[in-house]
Design a protein around this ligand. Sequence first.
Ligand code: NDP
Length: 494
Amino acid sequence: MPGASRVADGRLISTNPATGEEVGAFPVASAEDVAAAVRTAREAGAWWESLGFPERKRRLLRFRALLTRRIPELAALMTAEGGKPRIDSTLETFVTIEHIAWAARHARKVLGPRRVGGSLLQPEFAGRLEYRPYGVVGVIGPWNYPLFTPMGSIAYALAAGNAVVFKPSEYTPAVGQWYVDLFREVVPEQPVLQIVHGLGDVGAALCRSGVDKVAFTGSTATGKKVMAACAENLVPVLVECGGKDALIVDADADVKAAADAALWGAMTNAGQSCVGIERVYVHEKVYEPFLKALVGDAEKLTYGTDPGEDVGPITMPGQREIIRRHIDDALARGGTAVLGGPDSVRGPVVRPTILVDVPEDSAAVCEETFGPTMTVAKVASMDEAVAKANAVPYGLGGAVFSKHNGLKIARRLRAGMVAVNSTFSFAVLPELPFGGVGQSGFGRIHGADGLREFGRASSIARRRLPSVVPLLTFRRTEKSVALGHKIVRIMHGR
Ligand code: NDP
């Protein structure tokens, strides 16, 4: 079946989802192979940490420069293996490169040693804080953004001084192998970044392999399994899961811009985006012109298996059935397809589909569809829009279009990230943490929070003077405690 990766003779074979053509074959790692990779990574991590922030920055910036010079080659591989249109692959490299550079340049400032304020009660002590690497971080990635998504963890974990063992999705092993090999060109001395290939059991083995932290990105169902496996040894986890993002259009919005952004947010990468727009809530005053503009733009989209189309094939064959089920259910329950319809899912490509009048409790509104489909609903007020947008268990991203109330509405959304008068823009600003709430997971990649996710706080209190008011000793006296009491009263008693 096109797109289905398979294991044959101990090798994972990845194929082009449009043509079924083989793209690469990689040895499947056993649990012992994974454990061995983690053991060598531990040594490599100690060496990598010892290089210090400036040298790690230099290496990571070289890595991003090499990546930049080879964008066309990498984008072509991403298209061949994942089926995504060439432009989508190219855009993914741009954004990833920005993040690698940001992580490299800011790691020292965010994580490096610093003095922290003392206490008036005990001024004889000075505080020192730094974020030390965990050691070895296991990164488990999905296939939909095979560069951008894993690199949100890998680059930040490396910048923080960790070694990384990476398990890419079974659908995109060649892309993962490509950049792990490239990294080796800038860090040839030690296996600081390693890759292990295989199916879900290899990811599970990585969780149990002795890694010091796991950064998982994928579906909510797998995220729960990862957490359970990590819980066995109290391994900390970062869990970036699915979403059901909503875009809200207020009465004062630039309707054409909103329609353009909604369409792109829903259909780019064939809708296979964790922060893809899957639901749109439009104020009744602008509903008709919005829908007209949206459908008008959507009718012009091209779709097919050619890398030059706007909407490419669905990467994971099993996903097509989910998309078909959501469309069928929406239509059976009174919804109308204003674009596409019951026959939208044909072969590896799904025709862009816009559904209206779909009940709020149907699968197309409540569950992650992960295809080039969207529901559009009319609302009487922004209160109603916010309530409906927040009524799903996911809480990853979202978007708001409004000339005057964008920020106000954005702050009411139960989501980790919201774009105002755009979509996806929070992912391209390196300083903005990326992650969700509820069933979308927890923890953050990107920005300072994303760096701290891969460092453990190391707190040191150092005596710099003898104690005037000795308290932390059995040599404390009634007098010193009374003096302490007086200081606390002055500082906090009012
Ligand atoms: P999956 O959950 O199916 O897989 C994710 C990764 O986990 C893959 O590498 C997979 O390996 C591995 N895995 C599978 N089973 C286990 C297990 N028991 N233990 C450990 N690892 C395991 O997700 P998809 O690859 O299908 O990715 C799509 C999902 O990812 C969507 O829900 C999407 O919303 C979400 N996503 C979230 C993002 C975010 O930042 N919040 C960003 C991008 C995607 P294998 O492929 O071999 O099965």
